[in-house]
Design a protein around this ligand. Structure first.
Ligand code: CTP
Ligand code: MG
Ligand code: K
Length: 179
């Protein structure tokens, strides 16, 4: 069980960090360019080119760092940890950002203003995006790493981590809402 948690956390790190990097880097031009659909913003001012680009880059670079650390960390925790081919790293990082963007699209369509909470979707949008994108870009790595038990742990573990990290970011004044 601890092995599963270690692999799930490690494999998802390049998908966890981009959204937090985007919070720090966000600002500038919104992706939707101010466009609206049915009287509401397509995505809103919270989804910017800069936040998306920096978030993706940080996730991909983190994966490279994890590749270097993998042998030492694996030895220390006694668990076989995966390394990230570039396609998988891009899938995890870009997919996380796209999942979050997709959720904003759904939020606007359901009348939720920027920053509004969308329970469950807020906690799992980037997981769905990361898994789908990684499966598309490197299917062999995806199926070898994200076995059904690992995916199960990811789905349970991620909301817990998400609530905790966003709570901390909120208390530190880095984020406007604690979700
Ligand atoms: N951010 C960004 N680009 C992204 C994602 C996030 O610039 N692709 C930045 C924005 O400054 C955003 C902040 O990170 O306001 C917090 O992200 P998030 O909570 O996802 O956005 P919200 O502002 O809450 O907007 P939404 O309701 O659309 O989720
Ligand atoms: Mg938000
Ligand atoms: K979000």
């Amino acid at each position: 069980m601890l092995d599963l948690v270690a692999v799930a956390f490690w494999a998802m790190l390049p998908a966890y960090v981009p959204n937090n990097a985007a919070v720090l880097a966000g600002g500038g031009a919104p992706i939707d360019g101010g466009r609206t659909l049915g009287g509401r913003r397509l995505l809103g001012d919270g989804k910017t080119w800069r936040g998306t680009a920096v978030g993706t880059l940080v996730g991909v670079l983190l994966a490279q760092a994890l590749n270097l650390l993998a042998p030492a960390v694996a030895r220390a925790v006694g668990v076989d940890l995966p390394t990230f081919p570039l396609a998988a790293a891009v899938g995890l990082a870009l997919g996380a950002m796209l999942g979050d963007i997709g959720a904003s699209f759904l939020k606007r369509r359901t009348g939720r203003e920027r920053g509004a909470a969308f329970p469950v979707v807020d906690q799992l949008d980037f997981v769905a995006g990361a898994l789908v994108c990684t499966a598309v870009l490197d299917f062999a790595w995806f199926t070898g790493t994200f076995t059904l038990p690992v995916v199960g742990v990811v789905v349970v573990l991620t909301p817990v981590l998400h609530v905790a990290t966003n709570g901390v970011a909120y208390v530190l004044g880095l984020k406007d809402e604690p979700y």
